[in-house]
Design a protein around this ligand. Structure first.
Ligand code: FE2
Length: 249
């Protein structure tokens, strides 16, 4: 398997490239508009064919490049089935693996951050999207989020994976890249160790995070599989513009 972790700095999102060495087929998990050209360049450099884009959930902080990638490369769009998006080609449900060449990706339904959220397990690692983060977890205060559901998703689904499973989150805001189930079980300050469900619900209700400025545009755009809104205010244009490169070496 070919595996790359890619960072998009506008929304601090990790996009993951997963590909099959035997067939050259590839998938991008949570690709983002501003870094679409970079992702296409990488696919070309590695000689891979993008067959599928996969979303962990309908995002509130960035717009997926799924639609544009389908237009450019003919990839199929996979979204959690619960969203019933007519623009999606593949409806993701737990129990039905996604196949990228010979690589099998196992979707795990992990609601709580949002009510449609999936994590993806493959070859000793799990992509946790915005459910379990490194030393943290996704917020639960919009898009039908539920601290109780997130607690159960993490405890019953993610923390029951093998301890040495590598945890690759959908975001990190502090420059961290990867963790493991054992580390998060032991030391995640929000949900690790012996945190009770009541403690967790209280912690999540007291976070007082600012309302995301881009949410109305992002959710609407992502429900269309990645349409940039025409009426985007000037201060939000960065979410829909390709980032220019300035290599320093
Ligand atoms: Fe999210």
């Amino acid at each position: 398997m070919i595996f790359r972790q890619l960072f998009e700095p506008v929304s601090s999102t990790y996009t993951y490239l997963v590909a099959c060495e035997d067939t050259g087929q590839a998938a991008l998990i949570d690709p983002v508009v501003p870094t679409m050209s970079r992702d296409m360049k990488l696919l070309a450099e590695l000689g891979l064919q993008l067959v599928m884009t996969i979303e962990t959930h309908v995002h509130a902080d960035h717009i997926t490049s799924a639609l544009h990638l389908r237009e450019e490369l003919g990839s199929k769009i996979a979204f959690p089935a619960i969203n019933k998006l007519s623009c999606a080609d593949i409806q993701i449900v737990e129990g039905t693996p996604l196949k990228v060449g010979h690589v099998v990706i196992r979707p795990l339904f992990t609601p709580g951050h949002t009510d449609d959220h999936f994590s993806y397990v493959m070859q000793g690692r799990v992509l946790t999207g915005d459910s379990l983060l490194i030393d943290g977890c996704g917020r639960t205060d919009f898009q039908n989020g539920s601290a109780e559901n997130l607690f159960n998703s993490i405890q019953d689904k993610l923390f029951t994976l093998d301890d040495d499973t590598l945890v690759y989150p959908g975001h990190d805001y502090h420059g961290r890249f990867v963790s493991s189930i054992a580390q998060e079980k032991a030391r995640n300050p929000r949900i690790g160790s012996d945190t009770s469900i009541d403690q967790f619900i209280k912690t999540m209700s007291e976070l007082e995070l600012p309302h995301p400025t881009f949410i109305e545009y992002a959710v609407a755009g992502n429900q269309l599989c990645g349409e940039c809104p025409g009426d985007l205010p000037e201060n939000m244009e960065k979410y829909c513009q390709q980032m220019t490169e300035s290599p320093q070496g």
